[in-house]
Design a protein around this ligand. Sequence first.
Ligand code: IPD
Ligand code: CA
Ligand code: CA
Length: 262
Amino acid sequence: MYEFIPELMREAAKIMLSAHDIDNSIDSKSGDANFVTAYDVAVQNFLYKEIGARLPDAVIIGEEADDNPMDALTTKVCFIIDPIDGTTNFIHNYRFSAISVGITDGGRVVYGAVYNPYMNLLYFAERGRGAFVETPSGTLPIHVSDRDLPNALAAFGTSPYYREELGDITFERAKWLFRNTRDIRRCGSAALDLCTVASGAVDIFFEYRLSPWDFAAGSLIIEEAGGVITQFDGSPITLDKPCSILAGNNPCHTSARESGMF
Ligand code: IPD
Ligand code: CA
Ligand code: CA
């Protein structure tokens, strides 16, 4: 069932890599500085069409769809797609964005893949089978680090579309992490943030509010890489609605939770 997905994502990524005149393809969405480009839509349409051709009964949830059947998430087999995670990076030609595809079964993510076409790195995991990255020189298993918080590299997301509501409290927590780790990063793609945690480069990541398409695939990749992903209060992440995300290796996740900051 999953084998065709990485190849499909590589095909879809050609649409991203072919982008030109992006400024003239931008539309606004609700929220602050929240944009969609014709390329987000084209990647999503391509994936819907190709998945639909192979699995006609598949339920598909996509960030750019007008109406998503979120109710199906807890009961059926569903694809959750972010056609371009890191659209602002994409618009600015920052060259750090990804396609994210998760598959859920009865409310649990059973497969996840995140593809960064600029670095040609495809992260994937199947429940119970570990997490891996396909690189130009082969497929390698990935694992979270064992660094503790004082030696950690931290990352965070700014929840940019809710900046009035969440900006100050986000930067308070980022400042605390900056003071209590080696340094802090903000990459612009939550899906890739989760993969950098899974592969041990980053040790702890947080964002106040993310949507299921941002984290469905990455959440399984982190868990299969030996990491932990929860909401700030330690409760399970929600696949049918937005939630906060605190993800890391075990020692850093525990220290962050015990600090009282999250
Ligand atoms: C966004 C990115 C960003 C995160 C935002 C997300 P999008 O996704 O993942 O890093 O900070 O919260 O919404 O809109 O580029 O798909
Ligand atoms: Ca996203
Ligand atoms: Ca997106």
